[in-house]
Design a protein around this ligand. Sequence first.
Ligand SMILES: C=CC1=C(C)c2cc3[nH]c(cc4nc(cc5[nH]c(cc1n2)c(C)c5CCC(=O)O)C(CCC(=O)O)=C4C)c(C)c3C=C
Ligand SMILES: [Fe+2]
Ligand SMILES: [Fe+2]
Length: 319
Amino acid sequence: MLLINLGTPDAPEAPAVRRYLAEFLSDPRVIEIPKLVWKPILHGIILQVRPKKSAHAYSQVWTEEGSPLAAITRRQAEKLQARWGERVMVDWAMRYGNPGIRPAIDKLKAAGCERILVAPLYPQYCAATTATANDSVFASLALQRWQPALRTLPPYHDDPRYIDALQHSLEQQLATLDFTPERLLLSFHGMPERTLMKGDPYHCHCRKTARLLGERLAIPTDTAFQSRFGRDKWLEPSTEDVLAGYPAAGVTRLAIAAPGFSADCIETIEELGIRGKETFIAAGGTHFARLDCLNDGEEGMAMLDAILMRELAGWVTPA
Ligand SMILES: C=CC1=C(C)c2cc3[nH]c(cc4nc(cc5[nH]c(cc1n2)c(C)c5CCC(=O)O)C(CCC(=O)O)=C4C)c(C)c3C=C
Ligand SMILES: [Fe+2]
Ligand SMILES: [Fe+2]
């Protein structure tokens, strides 16, 4: 089993962030602009300016175990390994940066794995995340004479186990707040609106997750899309605009969650928890709480165990 998440720099410093962003933003699955147009913009402007800004953001979330995204993904893999023991070998990798996908595939193969379940941990399918993770695995196998058999994890945006896990995790966190929020904002990572017109199911998957979750929760919810990048039109409404508009609309006590992220990362801890909070308070909000992702908590691990084990049907006998 290979768990995959997006990736992260090796250190919260501009040179490491530049290496990471160069790899990430050179992926044609992520930036769907012709190379001849995009390369000069990437190398001439973005990689000159953004690494320093992003390094500052990363330094605010960095932990003793490194980047939160990498640390949490590693713990998710370790906990699955502990649940499954000898039955399944579990490893993890990052699509960009380290640990890479190719060494992980080589390691599994060297250990004798003849069947591999590749699990990009994105509940909502997006070409910029799920497809490129799978592409990278396929590219690694293209170098091998004797390939293992492969399965890939389908999106699980509407899986009742995923919705259950989110419901219970969010309800528990809401119950321990020292104030009563009037609204819960569900913030998903954004993407250019044009990719929706091209047939990417991501937007619909996010909307369905939000609807199913909203139907379960007592608190009223809204949905928004964060992390806008570049000049194109992205999915709307933008999280930033919604946060800035709440107080004038009478919402001054707010909780925010990011159900599309399987692990907390710079986009949740820094963008929502620090900058998002500033935006909301500056607009007149009085109470703000950012709720954690499922991470390696009990609810999330039981959900992953169940949905991953289901994909292993016929390969592994259930315990
Ligand atoms: C055009 C740019 C981007 C698209 C499209 C995009 C889609 C997308 N991303 C995620 C999940 C994550 N993205 C993360 C960081 C991040 N994303 C972009 C740009 C695009 N993402 C950038 C430039 C960055 C780096 C940080 C920064 O400089 O602001 C992360 C967190 C990584 C970490 O180390 O913590 C995640 C996770 C999804 C689900 C998605 C598709 C809809
Ligand atoms: Fe992103
Ligand atoms: Fe961001």
